[in-house]
Write a protein that binds this ligand. Sequence first.
Ligand code: PGA
Length: 251
Amino acid sequence: MDNRRPLIAGNWKMFKTCSEAVETAEHLVKLVSACADVDIMIAPPFTALAQVSEVVKGTCISLGAQNLFWETEGAYTGEISPAMLVSSGCRYVIIGHSERRQYFGETDESVNRKIRSAVSSGLVPVVCVGESEKQRELKETFSVLDKQVKKGLDNFSPGDLNTLVMAYEPIWAIGTGKTASAEQAQEVHEYLRAMIEKKFGNSLAKSMRILYGGSVKPDNIAELMSMADVDGALVGGASLDPLTFSKIVQF
Ligand code: PGA
């Protein structure tokens, strides 16, 4: 299988009750049933995973979670283990989203532990990296990414990472309506792929899917996807409406 089949992923963040999530998923299934050449993932809140899993079972849509904790089980009030996600029907898990780094103390070290636990449970990690507006202005984009990738992927072998999906999400583009230009996205994606090559070799670098995230909409997806190193999108706001998301899927 070509690992770089496009992946369009929807991160629903803290939106939708169970009934709203089921309704959205049912609508989406009808809209994208014919999408044979794109992988599709939706990540509803934890509370709706099991029900949405029933809706997407046997369709071309896979289920993802927005976070996990690395321990198998134990006295960790409020946390969710990899096995719990697997048993709720998840195939993917988003790790290190900038909102988790910003509001919930997620670090490159916790990202690293989460990736390891996801991989050992057979979940596909979607690992988010990206710089803030200030860091971009200060021309620190590449050094910020260097650190996030180096620490986040520390101590892994290429074989550990062969399902891993990277998501470049410039923080200044998330939820702001300010998308990175296709050229800006390509420049960073190319840089990230080169970094993976240097650290893990050519074969992983060539097969790793790198998604772009940050204000992706039906009217900018095609241009982003036309870039050589953009292999898909991680979509927040525009994934909440099934019709809008289906237009992105059908870029
Ligand atoms: P956005 O969010 O599409 O609403 O900008 C993207 C994300 O946070 O993954």
